[in-house]
Ligand binder design. Structure first.
Ligand SMILES: NC(=O)c1ccc[n+]([C@@H]2O[C@H](COP(=O)([O-])OP(=O)(O)OC[C@H]3O[C@@H](n4cnc5c(N)ncnc54)[C@H](OP(=O)(O)O)[C@@H]3O)[C@@H](O)[C@H]2O)c1
Length: 440
């Protein structure tokens, strides 16, 4: 059989890993694909720079159009990132009759409809295993291996950077900013980690998983998204005291024909597998009506882990399997939209950490506000204030400020928001409070 020819756009972190696997393991790939897989073009911005992989002369250049128009090329692998140029290159590739592989979740989130429509129109295939959870094969898992199920729920840790930060804050008690700096020095966080810590990256990945699992189109703007940057190490310590770990949890749950969606730092019971995923790893728990709960866990990013997923897609194309399953499974289908459960109706338990004046009636005032909104208290933690020496009955202006942690029973988001509007008027509360949901 003739070799399968690939053009790679991007030779950065992921691209270098892909090139290494294709060049250094050509025999292994050929055995698995039943034909050799040949890297024909590698496109970068700066073709003069030294690279971390040995490539034969002439392979590296900056002419994308030349690679896309090469009649010998079967598939274009896009690992350059960004949304505008990447979109143009993938559309050009599909229109030129090439199949495509991409690791670009932001691109799929913003321009997925247009790209999949172009693939359909041209009878081509789009593979995107690496776009969600890096090396963890969750796209194939949900899209193919669980195709005998109706998926009813997904709970996932989809951002390794934020999970690393939460793990370190919990283990060392260090402040958020210090752990972010350490994560940047170790290469676990980007120079600008905003999209990781504000939940955007996890929300984009959840939107892709929801499209595949439930066949419905959602955008990150459609659901509650809260980052980890307002948390303090004390929140993780209080959560541990209560028997929980804090995880940036992405959740999609089908209840009564409606889909509940959110990405938020969440208290997860310590004995659950999701609570035990530490460091930069990802975990995805998927509920199917036939299979029950299935967990996938592993490296959600990184050079070789992400390349592993990209190369699996390339091999699938070289075998010819992806071209058969892609149109049939209609992974990016436009089925009847599943209505979203209105945010106000989402029902959960809540964790609050307030900073309060250590004086009489404060707990009663908070309980009174919650009670008026039919929210009952489950537990309270307030540790003793530091010793004030002589002033054991201090005047009002000397009341120390202490943290007060409150766990509630289940209530709707609407009830909780209404209570929060009243908390803002309580004079004993100082500064903003932290609220997190509890995953039951
Ligand atoms: N890094 C991960 O662990 C990871 C995990 C999962 C998914 N992803 C996704 O994979 C994609 C790539 O990420 P990365 O971390 O590998 O990025 P990266 O290290 O920044 O590499 C980007 C590569 O694309 C090339 N490039 C950028 N703009 C170009 C242009 N206009 N024309 C030609 N080449 C261009 C760059 O060329 P130069 O080298 O000449 O600058 C570089 O080689 C992104 O979509 C990302 O979201 C990454």
């Amino acid at each position: 059989m003739r070799p399968f020819h690939v053009a790679l756009i991007g030779l950065g972190t992921v691209g270098t890993g892909v090139a290494k696997l294709l060049v250094e393991h050509a025999d292994r790939n050929a055995r698995r694909a039943g034909r050799s897989i040949v890297l024909k073009h590698v496109i970068v911005r700066d073709a003069q720079r030294r690279r971390g992989v040995a490539l034969v002369n002439g392979l590296l250049h900056s002419d994308v159009a030349h690679a896309i128009e090469d009649p010998e090329v079967d598939a274009i692998v896009e690992v350059m990132g960004g949304t505008d140029l990447a979109r143009r290159h993938l559309l050009a590739a599909l229109n030129a009759g090439k199949d495509v592989v991409t690791a670009n979740k932001a691109l799929l989130c913003v321009h997925g409809d247009e790209i999949f429509a172009a693939a359909k129109r041209n009878g081509r295939t789009v593979c995107f295993e690496a776009a969600v959870a890096g090396g963890v094969p969750v796209i194939a898992g949900v899209g193919q291996s669980l195709s005998g199920n109706q998926i009813t729920g997904i709970e996932a840790i989809l951002n390794g950077t934020s999970n690393y930060i939460l793990t370190q804050m919990s283990a060392t008690g260090s402040a958020f900013d210090d752990v972010v700096k350490e994560a940047q020095a170790l290469g676990y966080a980007e120079a600008d980690p905003t999209m990781d810590i504000d939940g955007t990256d996890a929300a984009q990945k959840l939107a892709i998983l929801v499209r595949i699992a439930f066949g419905t189109k959602v955008q990150p703007a459609d659901f509650v998204r809260q980052g980890i940057d307002t948390l303090e190490a004390s929140d993780l310590a209080y959560a541990a005291e209560l028997g929980y770990a804090v995880k940036l949890l992405a959740r999609a749950k089908l209840t009564g024909g409606k889909l509940e969606l959110h990405v938020q730092p969440t208290l997860v019971r310590r004995d659950r597998p999701l609570a035990q995923v530490d460091g930069a790893r990802n975990m995805i728990a998927v509920d199917g009506d036939a299979v029950g709960t299935v967990w996938w866990s592993g490296p959600g990013a990184g050079q070789m882990a992400t390349a592993s997923a990209v190369v699996a897609d390339v091999i699938d194309l070289a075998v010819g399997r992806a071209q058969r399953t892609f149109p049939q499974l209609d992974l990016w289908g436009d089925g009847a939209p599943v209505p979203l459960l209105p945010i106000e109706n989402i029902r959960r338990r809540s964790y609050f950490r307030f900073n309060v004046e250590d004086r009489p009636h404060v707990v009663a005032d908070i309980a009174d506000v919650l009670g008026r909104h039919e929210i009952s208290l489950a537990s309270i933690i307030q540790h003793e204030a530091p010793d004030l020496g002589e002033a054991d009955d201090p005047p009002q202006e000397m009341h120390p400020i202490v943290p007060l942690v409150v766990m509630t029973h289940r209530a709707t988001e609407g009830q909780v928001r209404a209570a929060e509007a009243e908390f803002a008027r309580l004079s004993a509360l100082r500064g903003p409070w932290v609220r997190m949901p509890v995953a039951d």
